[in-house]
Design a protein around this ligand. Sequence first.
Ligand code: CMC
Length: 433
Amino acid sequence: MITSDTKATLSFSDGSAPLEMPIYKGSIGPDVIDIRKLYAATGMFTYDPGFMSTAACNSAITYIDGDKGELLYRGYPIEQLAAKGDFLESCYLLLNGELPNLTQKKEFDYLVSRHTMVHEQMQFFFRGFRRDAHPMSVLVGTVGALASFYHDSLDINDPHHREVSAIRLIAKMPTLVAMAYKYSVGQPFVYPKNELSFSANFMRMMFSTPCEDYPVNDVLVRALDRILILHADHEQNASTSTVRLAGSSGANPFACIAAGIACLWGPAHGGANEAALSMLEKIGSVDHIPEFIRQVKDKNSGVKLMGFGHRVYKNYDPRAKLMRETCYEVLAELGLANDPLFKLAMALEKIALEDEYFVTRKLYPNVDFYSGIVQRALGIPTALFTGIFAMARTVGWVAQWKEMISDPEQKIGRPRQLFIGEPVRTVKPIESR
Ligand code: CMC
């Protein structure tokens, strides 16, 4: 597949023979040095905790230029996708590599809508959870449990099975997320309504009851759709790498996506939108910002400015710009233009962007800085924010998992280590220890 004309030479100060390694060029972005033969040739591993300099795979799906603040799905800028299409269009693109034409779009929308219901027995899984369970714990459990219901799409070597489980996951996630919410508030589950768009259907499953229908508001539905588009994929982030690693053993897609959801839950990843909103609530007022910033700068305080900073973006996260715009639209639509939390977020952003600590470290707002405010305005409870992220990211996980399965270079993921523990020793009888 990938070929190379250029090489890197690794030389050793102890007089060992130098090693030549091929360099591969991507279509854009940094080149990579192929170190796969390093261990066989030298008996050494590379050491890269956190994968700071490691490309774990090749991929044609999503490209990020962190310095420019650029995000492309299959070559298309996120700004254009968010402005010109809906979430299912981005799903089609991520899965198939091209934007759909009108007929393909209609067929795809139909296909997804025909898979929105979950097996009726899933209800009993929900009943096993406490009502106050965190929705992410419920989602890890119920998404993993889907594998017990859809045995007819578990053969990962069958392209048709892979396709069917991809669509099932994308289509059923909103139903499961809404069920997790309904369960937590003690309301009956609402079945999907397939004549509605993906996002309108989700809002209805969340907010209607058997006694009262949910009037679809186009501005709010569009805002949710935008949140979904912006979170749909983000190349080899922690949860996607988790899905790939889980999938590299041949595990079924439902189990792999459950693993991705577990990883996403962490506050350094998908949990940041929830953490960012809690942080704003805790700061409480613009007057408290200087004291909060002081704590953030104090390394011993353990306080971070949530919704700021990113492993890849060393510039304004393009998703954050779009989310800020959406924030304005939603708050205006709901008559909340003077929302104190939004004002606080704007003031905090301004102060942080001018502060030397953040400037020198290239810490800018990421998508989660504003997405919590939008979701709160839509009526989504804080604990469900990361669930919404999971619902959006499912397509990215699935697209990356499918790409991995079809990659002839794919192997089981098995990192190595630098061992720093005790060398071999002898077990003494317990009385003499
Ligand atoms: N607040 C204060 N200081 C920070 C922050 C922050 N949010 N983020 C990074 N730093 C500091 C960090 O302490 C370090 O300082 P120093 O060089 O003095 O030791 C420097 O900036 C570099 O940070 P790092 O920890 O080496 O960066 P990383 O790439 O390992 O971490 C991150 C990236 C996203 C985990 C981190 O920026 C963070 O924890 N941010 C807050 C959580 C957050 O908003 N996460 C959402 C990410 S976007 C959504 C997603 O894709 O999941």
